[in-house]
Ligand binder design. Sequence first.
Ligand SMILES: Cc1cc2nc3c(=O)[nH]c(=O)nc-3n(C[C@H](O)[C@H](O)[C@H](O)COP(=O)(O)O)c2cc1C
Length: 173
Amino acid sequence: MRLAIPGEASAQIGHNRAMSTKRLLVVYHSQTGATRRMLEAVLVGARDPDCGDIDVVVREALQTSAEDVLAAQGLILGTPENFGYMSGGLKDFFDRIYYPCLEHTRGLPYGLFIRGGNDGTGARSAIERIVTGLGWRSVAAPVILAGDFEDSQLADCGLLGQTLAAGLSAGVF
Ligand SMILES: Cc1cc2nc3c(=O)[nH]c(=O)nc-3n(C[C@H](O)[C@H](O)[C@H](O)COP(=O)(O)O)c2cc1C
């Protein structure tokens, strides 16, 4: 017979509640701050209270581990385009997490934002090749901001954050 432990019921409820809160991991790299501006707009969207109860975790790419990815139910990646590719920081992230995550994150819903000086498509295709290998699932159109951009153009970044958060919260992904 299993004895009741005082306080266990409420602890269990708390545990279940924590377990049901989905985690959205946002991984980014920014050398001179432009991608960070996009990140800030993404976070405003992801943390919109109307999007539901979501645990939004932000990590700089070089500081992100495979465990961070394994603990997340959704992911947003952000990078500048450097030399027609993703940033070295984001590439380092993929190099470290690829095999530890390969068999455990198939179907992970993800979104992507890219800052390009004048392009961004090279970074996009490089990332899409890797996430195709991982079996992750794109659930929102990538946001690419190239050239000079106005704050008003950051609205798409906010929408990206909202889409991932609301979709996770509603369980549609
Ligand atoms: C070494 C280097 C290489 C770059 N290569 C590209 C490129 O291939 N295509 C592009 O559109 N912009 C390129 N840029 C411009 C950056 O994407 C742009 O400056 C961006 O705003 C940097 O983002 P960050 O401030 O978040 O680091 C390059 C910048 C640097 C420093």
